[in-house]
Design a protein around this ligand. Structure first.
Ligand code: PNS
Length: 174
């Protein structure tokens, strides 16, 4: 039996975004061809300790998408499915990189679906260039004085270097 189509094509793109990378930005731009609106949701992952505060992460993302009215930024500390319920959205957008993401993403998508059948998780393959880009490795490299130029927006690169108080001698590399 065919179920009713979703009334609006608003996708919630949840994640830690600590910090946002060019892989995320690429996914959002591609998602804009599919969805009417994308809400980048800084959500709490209990398995992570964050480098940037929620406010810092929101500000970095807002700056990047300041001229894109179809993209909004929000934060939430409860269950993701509750945020969808409150906001009236039905779609969760997630990126899928290498095979290593699959198990984790599958678990989350099924657990979310177990909470409510009213949502669907939509996966977009990460862009080829960003297959092995992760916020975790980016932070590690910058903290040790390496360059992540081209892997994150320039404004984010500056913030990262400020956080680690590094005068990045390798910043023109990479
Ligand atoms: O970028 P991340 O850290 O891989 O994103 C994970 C995130 C934030 C999407 C996930 O931890 C999440 O949805 N957190 C909100 C709380 C929640 O709903 N947990 C149950 C997930 S099945």
């Amino acid at each position: 039996m065919i179920q009713e189509p979703f009334a609006n094509k608003v996708a919630i793109y949840p994640g830690s975004f600590d910090p946002i990378t060019n892989g995320h930005v690429d996914l959002i731009k591609r998602g804009m061809r599919i969805f009417d609106e994308i809400v980048i949701l800084i959500a709490h992952n209990p398995n992570k300790v964050y480098l940037f505060s929620i406010e810092e992460r929101m500000e970095m993302i807002r700056e990047i998408f300041s001229d894109t009215k179809e993209v909004r930024v929000d934060s939430y500390s409860g269950l993701l499915v509750d945020y969808l319920k409150i906001s009236g959205a039905n779609i969760i957008l997630r990126g899928m990189r290498a095979l290593s993401d699959f198990e984790y993403e599958f678990q989350m998508a099924l657990m979310n679906r177990r909470q409510t059948k009213k949502i669907e998780t939509v996966f977009l393959m990460s862009g080829f260039k960003w297959f092995y880009t992760s916020s975790k490795l980016i932070k590690e490299v910058v903290s040790l004085g390496g360059s992540v130029k081209g892997l994150v927006p320039d404004s984010v690169n500056q913030k990262l270097m400020g956080k680690f108080n590094v005068n990045n001698i390798n910043n023109n590399r990479g």
